[in-house]
Design a binder for this molecule. Structure first.
Ligand code: AQP
Length: 329
């Protein structure tokens, strides 16, 4: 049975290799398998932190172009912008009525974002996981490919769906997360115990749009320990282990093959140089394709129209069922 897959990325900035290895690369596998895939640009999630409305449309378009440049094919997968389908907000409101505030307050992302955005702790920041539950439940999703950071939100979406089904009768499919074995949590280049994030210091992440010079500079100055030995041990050597994982994901070499290659190294310099080169090789075709797509923004939006119609049709069907179950007219 083909799966029904839903996933999204916030247009909060240029996507980074954590988004690529943790999410996008796995989306391609589902697309290749012939699953029914919904890949959304979750702009309504992105407005829960401070943002510049003048730059927002460009960021949304940049994210769409990145999806397509990475290989998401609008003829095979459904690519759309969340705010174009009003049912996302509508269902989120209805699900709010069965979601305990205490569940939302214990979400790790909310606790982190409250500290990071201390001057703008808005209701949307707290309510983020309910909108995410609405995103996935609208499409009868059974599989949600995400990085490790989103696991807790997927669990809450399951709780909400189960609660709704118990209260109003069988309505929603209970979705499951798909978390890749490697790449689920790419760490910051500056603080290897924290996850790579696009809203942190740009030196802490490799953006998919970074130039060769930027990639080299960032990898060469990535934090490491001082023993100059290259082996995988996330506990004792979080920084080198993170770089080894990135090397593995960028090249397809096994961790053992990479460790063997550098077993006689007496410094990290050559390892870092090679890693930077591999990332440049990986990202160059994506960057070229993206630039090409962004030359004609009207056409880029037109490409999404058929996808948006398909998503709209399904969202409408689900909402009709939900409203009827809830006793709305
Ligand atoms: N460091 C990461 N390693 C692996 N996967 C990651 N993802 C994000 N960071 C990593 C996965 O990418 C998808 C989209 O994430 P998002 O942009 O919607 O939100 P996020 O998880 O909050 O990502 P950022 O970069 O940290 O964004 P900001 O800084 O704007 O909050 C998700 O599947 C996520 O798991």
């Amino acid at each position: 049975m083909p799966k029904i897959v839903f996933s999204g990325i916030q247009p909060t900035g240029s996507l980074h290799i954590g988004n690529y290895f943790g999410a996008l690369k796995n989306w391609l596998e589902f697309q290749k398998q012939g699953d029914l895939c919904y890949f959304c640009v979750v702009d309504l999630h992105a407005i829960t932190i401070d943002y510049d409305p003048k730059q927002f449309q460009d960021k949304i378009l940049d994210t769409i172009a990145t999806y397509i440049a990475c290989g998401i094919n609008p003829e095979k997968s459904i690519i759309f912008i969340q705010s174009k389908i009003k049912e996302h907000s509508e269902l989120a409101w209805l699900l709010n009525s069965i979601t305990p505030v205490s569940e939302l307050e214990r979400m790790t992302q909310y606790k982190d974002k409250k500290i990071q955005h201390a001057k703008n702790i808005n209701a949307g920041l707290l309510d983020y996981p309910v909108l995410m539950a609405a995103d996935v439940l609208l499409y009868n999703t059974n599989t949600i490919p995400v990085g490790y950071d989103q696991k807790q939100h997927v669990e809450l979406a399951r709780t909400i769906a189960n609660k709704f089904n118990a209260k109003f009768g069988q309505t929603f499919t209970i979705p499951e997360h798909f978390i890749p074995e490697v790449g689920a949590k790419i760490m910051s280049l500056l603080e290897p115990t924290k996850k790579m994030s696009k809203s942190h210091n740009p030196k802490s992440y490799i953006s998919l749009s970074d130039s060769k010079q930027d990639i080299e500079k960032k990898i060469m100055s990535a934090v490491t320990d001082s023993d100059n030995k290259i082996f995988f041990d996330p506990e004792k050597k979080p920084a080198i282990s993170n770089l080894l994982s990135i090397y593995h994901l960028a090249t397809g070499w096994t961790l053992q093959q990479i460790q063997d290659k550098y077993k006689d190294s007496t410094s990290y310099a050559q390892f870092k140089k090679d890693l930077a080169n591999e990332l440049v090789k990986l990202l160059k075709p994506i960057q070229d394709k993206k630039q090409e797509l962004l030359k004609d923004k009207t056409k880029l939006l037109e490409i999404l129209q058929a996808s948006t119609n398909k998503a709209q049709e399904q969202a409408k069907k689900t909402m009709e069922k939900v409203k009827q179950k809830m006793g709305l007219i």
